[in-house]
Design a protein around this ligand. Structure first.
Ligand SMILES: [Cu+2]
Length: 311
């Protein structure tokens, strides 16, 4: 009955049910007794209320019962709290950084992610810090929550017992978009988690494939001639159009002040290299040095070949 995706889930749920249960029992018991007495000892039936003084047993009972009840609530609550606050020796440390308005999780091997990946069954120690305002990391399914503050490291421990995806949110009340700081804990079986941890991020994969491509194509020539100072190889825009997928691209050029749409081919590439000002791509400054006297025929052909292969 008291189980869930983490150890805390069961503990907190049990304490919650115990406290609510005791409260409901007292509420119902007292209310029923009160209504019963209203009818039974009604003045209209001739009853006259009498004060009771000095009943020792009654006084002991009404001090002892509530004290035991409240202390038992404290006992169960404290047990759950200790589980939550005790970080096991073998816990895996993950650094949590909160900022307006996102979470970042850093792993010991240098990997980082905006989703919290954890292996099932492994105790986790989140070491948390904010770079701006106060935040509060809340994982409802695990029943855990802790403030994340600038300049102070706070901790949160948990162990995910069941694989699955659980919501993480920011429970900080004050501020514009804390309520939109949603991300997730993904609890994975150990091997799957290790594959993820050792794997590469999407950006790393793209960066690597671009540099691999560059290597393959002997992009050295583009370096040597200074082309990539203004033309990127990865699609980003510097002072000039990117070389990525340039061959066959439809582009608007200005020719003597007139706009014209052309398709980039061998001829256009050659013309743009040798005589760049004759047809400038719309939206870019006319700053490219003429290559007429700087490249020989062989180099121009090589460059055109490289550009056409950058698709
Ligand atoms: Cu927040």
């Amino acid at each position: 009955m008291f189980s869930g995706p983490s150890e805390n889930t069961g503990t907190v749920d049990m304490v919650m049910l115990y406290i609510v249960g005791v409260s409901v029992l007292l509420l119902v018991g007292i209310t029923i007794t009160m209504i019963y007495f209203v009818f039974k000892y009604n003045r209209k039936k001739g009853h006259k209320p009498v004060d009771i003084h000095g009943n020792v047993w009654l006084e002991i009972l009404w001090i002892a019962i509530p004290t035991i009840l409240v202390l038992s609530m404290f006992y169960y609550g404290y047990n759950g709290f200790v589980v939550m606050r005790t970080i096991p020796e073998n816990a895996m440390e993950i650094k949590v950084t909160a900022r307006m308005w996102e979470w970042k999780f850093d792993y010991e091997n240098g990997k980082s992610s905006d989703t919290l990946y954890v292996p099932v069954g492994q105790p986790i120690n989140l070491v948390m810090e904010s770079v701006d305002v106060n935040h509060s990391l809340f994982i409802p399914a695990f029943r855990i929550k802790e403030d994340v503050i600038a300049g102070i490291k706070t901790h949160l421990g948990f162990t995910a017992d069941e694989a699955g995806t659980y919501i993480i949110t920011c429970a900080e009340y004050c501020g514009l978009k804390h309520s939109m700081m949603y991300t997730a804990v993904k609890a994975l079986p150990l091997t799957e988690f290790n594959n993820w941890l050792e794997g590469k991020t999407e950006k790393q994969i793209i960066d690597e494939s671009v540099s691999l491509l560059a290597e393959k194509l002997n992009v050295g020539l583009l370096h040597d001639k200074g082309c990539i100072t203004c033309h990127s190889l990865d699609g980003s825009i510097k002072q000039a159009p990117s070389f990525l997928a340039i061959n066959g691209r439809k582009t608007v050029i200005l020719e003597g002040g007139e706009e014209r749409t052309i398709t980039v081919d061998d001829n256009y590439l050659r013309k743009s290299i040798m005589d760049p000002y004759s047809e400038i791509v719309k939206g870019y400054p006319a700053i490219m040095p003429e290559q007429k006297r700087m490249l020989n025929e062989d180099e121009v052909n090589q460059i055109i070949g490289i550009l056409k292969a950058l698709n």
